[in-house]
Structures are given as C-alpha cells and as structure tokens.
Design a protein around this ligand. Structure first.
Ligand code: APR
Ligand code: PHB
Length: 397
C-alpha cells in the first residue's frame, strides 16, 4: 500500500469540495481531493442556478469569479404567479440593494475545476472505496483505491464534501448523530432547453394543477420545472406533454410568451428536507449536501454549501496561522444556525407553493391565505426577499 500525505483531505469534488480546496490552496494550505466519479461526470451535472451575494463574494475571493462576472445575470427580483396574476418581489428595494446572480452550478463547477488544475492541486478522480479512519485521533487517515492500487492518505483534518449519498456522514457512529428529515410527496421534473427564457426574471407559480418554476441559465437557455407525483418517471413525460402542462400552470398572458423547443436534459428530483447534527466528529467535518438537504424551492442548496465552506475555511485559517484549535468545535453550531433558517425558508416556500395531495380544504385555504398575506404586505415581501437573497454569514468569533 502506498502512503500519501496532505494537510486537508477532501472527499468529493462537487462545489463544496472544489471551493474549499481552492480557498485553502490560495491560502497556502495543502489539500488532496478524492472523487468517486470521472471529471466529465462531475462537470456535466445540471443542478442549481441562483447564487446569493455571499457565494458570489466567496467565489471572487477564491479567484474564480471572472467568467461569472461576465456571463452571470444579476437579478433584482423575481415573480410569484398566484391566482393567474404576477406579483413582483423586488429583492433590491426590499433588502436595501441586495440582488442574486443567475449562474449555473455546472459553470461554477467548471470554473473551480479549471482553477484547481491551473494551480496544480491534486484531485484523484475515480477513487474507489474511500474510507476514513481514526477520526477521533490526532492523525486521521483514509484508505482508497485508484487505478488498481491501494493507498493510505494521512492528513490533519478530513472535509466530508461527498454529498447526500457519500461515505463521510456514514462513517460517524450513529449514536453520535441525530437526523432530522421530511420527505415530500412529490418531485420536480426539470428540463433544460435552448430557448429564450419566458421572462427576464424567475417566475414561481402556484396553481391548482401543481407548482411550476420558470428559470434560466442564459438569455438563450431556459430551465423549467413542474411539480409531479413522487412516483412519476421521465418516460411519462414527452417534451410536448411538459410544455402543455407548463402553459396550463402559468397565467395566460405569460403562457402566450413561452417559446418551446426540444429538451436537452430532462430529470426528476425528489424533494426532501434533511439535517444531521452535529456536523463534526473528531477531525471529520461535514459540508454541503453531506450534512443537509433542502427542497429546491428557496434556491438554497448550493448557497448553504458555500456558507459551510466559508465557515470551515475561516476556522482552518486561524488553526494553521494562529494555532486556534479551540475554534474547530464551533464549526457545527455556527453552520447549523444558518442552515436551520434556510431549512425553514425552503420548507415554507415549498409548503406555500405546492399542492399537497393529502391536504384537506381547510389546510389549502390557510396556505392560500398565508401566501396572500405575505405577498400583499410590505413586511411579508421583505421577509421573503431577505431570505431569498441570503441571510448574512456568521462570523467565527
Ligand atoms: N467517495 C468519493 N467521492 C464521493 C463519494 C465517495 N464515497 N460519494 C460521493 N462522492 C462525490 C460525488 O460524486 C460528488 O461529485 O462527492 C461529490 C458531492 O457533490 P454534490 O453532491 O454536488 O454536493 P456538494 O458539493 O455539497 O454540493 C452542494 O448544492 O445545489 C445543491 O444539491 C446541489 O450538489 C449540490 C449541492
Ligand atoms: C434553477 O434554475 O435550477 C433553479 C432556480 C431557482 C430555484 C431552484 C432551481 O428555486
């Protein structure tokens, strides 16, 4: 078995692992990333698309903001379509000037991969059987296989950035963690199409046929979603059926603007809320989807990954530069305060905008009334806006 050494071993080369790796590298702290998939697979995944200001700033700080600043679309607001009418949520005026950036997670990932390659930092793709060991000791280590060889990787700390199905969370003994979870009785069917977006801002639509979202990746590329029953499959949905259903869920005037075309990607994602506490076990830290999942309605998943990265990065800087190992045990509580607020907002947006098959008439009226109250009141719109643009990152001390 060959032995390798690094300061921070990172499991997973999604946005969490790559961004943490880039920030640490820029700060002179060595990392090695172990990723199960191939680079093409990682770079090809279509995921989120809305970046909060905090994440935009962090990407710039990591030196990977150049293409985002050229190609990203700054959005000052979004539309809620309720009862056949559009209501504008003016993020900028409601939050004293804050906005969001439309820039796909796919592009963020590509920029981070390119920066890591240019920096000469190592990512071992197609790493098999990654397994962390001795997490409670001063010298944790991992074993894995790569290119048919077995390796031992020794490190100071391990960052578990390996998503919801990864090995990091599972390597914490179950009696040390508590899981909080809600699974929703529906999923989102998403398509990507090389068509101009229906509107210049995102449109979140509540409709008795189910929720719909009109998003985009660029002025020529659209991303649309429909709420579908949890058991549905993409084979049930021809492009024509998708477009017809989308039109049926949008206000007529807006639907008339829809430009349709062949889908270039189509997939169904289940909706789930999930949090594990704490996010640390000895020298293992969980970040991003490895520790928490939000339903996509609030556009918070990717942004929460970024705030975890920011927190761990700032702590590790102090650990290596000032010997502040006492800060390590604050990681989980700092992250979880922000995560639970985003969990609440994502749950609320999901509950307000979707049709729940089991809801009785009273619950439906209450949800409708709650949403109308929020939308008709300036205080309500402010609450939606300040959560949507992203709550502030908490200082580490
Ligand atoms: N060994 C090595 N790598 C692994 C393992 C494993 N056992 N298990 C998973 N991975 C890799 C996956 O292949 C993936 O590339 O870890 C990576 C995790 O990436 P993501 O799932 O993208 O998670 P994260 O980086 O936390 O990104 C945050 O925000 O918008 C949301 O869900 C969206 O992925 C997004 C997330
Ligand atoms: C997306 O563009 O993929 C997207 C946008 C907003 C959301 C969720 C997904 O709330």
């Amino acid at each position: 078995m060959k032995t390798l050494k690094t300061q921070i071993a990172i499991i997973g080369a999604g946005p969490s692992g790559l961004l943490l790796g880039q920030l640490l590298h820029e700060a002179g702290i060595e990392t090695l990333i172990l990723e199960r998939q191939t680079p093409d697979y990682v770079a090809g995944r279509i995921r989120a698309g809305v970046l909060e200001q905090g994440m935009v700033d962090l990407l710039r700080q990591a030196g990977v903001g150049r293409r985002m600043d050229i190609e990203g679309l700054v959005h000052d607001g979004f539309e809620l379509a309720l009862n056949g009418q559009l209501t504008h949520i003016d993020l900028k005026s409601l939050t004293g000037g804050k906005t969001v950036m439309i820039y796909g997670q796919t592009e963020v990932t590509r920029d981070l991969m390119a920066a890591r390659q240019a920096a000469g930092a190592i990512t071992l793709y197609e790493a098999r059987n990654v397994q962390p060991h001795d997490l409670k000791s001063q010298q944790p280590w991992l074993t894995f296989e790569h290119d048919g060889e077995s390796f031992r990787l020794e490190c100071d700390y391990i960052a578990g950035c390996d998503g919801f199905h990864g090995v990091a969370r599972q390597s914490i003994p179950t009696e040390h963690v508590k899981v909080f979870e809600r699974v929703y009785p529906f999923g989102w069917l998403g398509i990507l199409a090389e068509t101009p977006p229906i509107h210049d801002e995102l449109v979140y639509a509540k409709h008795e046929r189910g929720f719909a979202l009109c998003s985009m990746r660029s002025p020529t590329r659209s991303r649309y979603y429909l709420q579908v029953p949890a058991e549905e499959t993409v084979e049930d949905w021809s492009d024509q059926r998708f477009w017809d259903e989308l039109k049926a869920r949008l206000p007529a005037e807006l639907a008339a603007q829809l430009v349709t075309g062949p889908s270039i990607e189509k997939s169904i994602a289940p909706l789930r809320s999930f949090v594990v506490e704490p996010m640390q076990y000895g020298r293992l830290f969980l970040l991003g989807d490895a520790a928490h999942i939000v339903p996509p309605t609030g556009a918070k998943g990717l942004n929460l990954a970024a705030s975890d990265v920011s927190t761990l990065f700032n702590i590790l800087l102090k650990v290596y530069r000032e010997g502040r190992v006492d800060l390590l045990e604050k990681y989980s509580q700092i992250c979880l305060r922000r995560i639970w607020k985003a969990e609440r907002f994502s749950w609320w947006m999901t509950s307000m905008l979707h049709q729940f098959p089991e809801a009785d008439g009273f619950s439906q009226r209450i949800a409708q009334s709650e949403l109308e109250y929020f939308v008709d009141s300036e205080a309500g719109r402010k609450t939606i806006a300040e959560n949507y643009v992203g709550l502030p990152y908490e200082a580490i001390e």
